[in-house]
Design a protein around this ligand. Sequence first.
Ligand code: 2P0
Length: 332
Amino acid sequence: MKQTAIAPANIAFLKYWGKKDERLNLPWTDTISMTMDRCTTKTTVSFDSSYKEDTLSVSFYNQQKSEVRDQKKKQKVFDLISRIRTMAGISSHARIVSENSFPSDAGIAASASAFAALTVAGAAAAGLHLTERKLTLLARLGSGSACRSIPDGFVIWEKGVSHETSYAKSLYPPSYWDLFDLVAVVDPGKKAFSSTEGHEYAPTSEFFKERMKHLPKRVSLLKEALKKKDFELLGTLIEEEAKSMHAIALSSQPPIVYWNDGTKQIISCLLELRKTHLLGYYTMDAGPNVHIICQQKDAATITKYIEQLDQVQMVLTNRPCEGARLIEEHLF
Ligand code: 2P0
């Protein structure tokens, strides 16, 4: 059977950085994120006895479809498909075709949206009827952050203590709060260290244990900020968390420096704007691009300022959205 799903990327307010269990992608802390409507992956999966092997092709916005050359990533996709096959008790091979809504040179990690869409389409194509919670467990095995792209809007990934207990769920629907994530792209290039390497090195930082001490309090304050819609508290926590994660990366062995001149230029600009009560708070993933979290009323003005910076190549405007879901339109 053939099924297609669409899934958004997500931006972590509280970060997954370091794995308690590398095989199961179990995080050390609960993490909290927001889905991103402008950055999505659409994936069609079909299982058919006429296929001789599993195949995968991927395309980005405005580009031709191509084979995935990164063998490790490809293997992770096929591993997830094999797991789905086993769960469904089928033996046919799969054809997987995937399309990203954002340009490949935007420097935005596609693994969260990609594995979320693959999980939802793959499970349905194999005839499985899984709960949202079970889908998040499966997506997590493909890529940790992908579990947060299955539920809607504002999402928590409970760290859990085992495969069954490390799942994601929605805290609030997308319409709960008019927040924006303006992604200021400063470097579209491939990063020197993958997230998976960053996770592996994180515990070597002398500050890792210190970070662990602060996380439970930050998790509860962040939940509080969301509950009360306290934007200044939310922004302050988001920035504290981004600095904490990047301090770990910088001080790990080997050290990882994700920031570049553009990152610093944007942070300086946001701090200047804050003096004029224009509130945009920064966070970065495993790369130099800056996600600016702001309220709807300020999004256009902040975008105008950020677009004028010489290091900024483009700004992608995202709002919270529904999580991964099946759609009718197939890619082949
Ligand atoms: C996060 N990141 O919470 C953190 C912040 C990047 C920076 O989760 O090895 O692609 O596939 O489980 O999920 C990116 O790491 O890692 C990530 P794997 P993943 O969003």
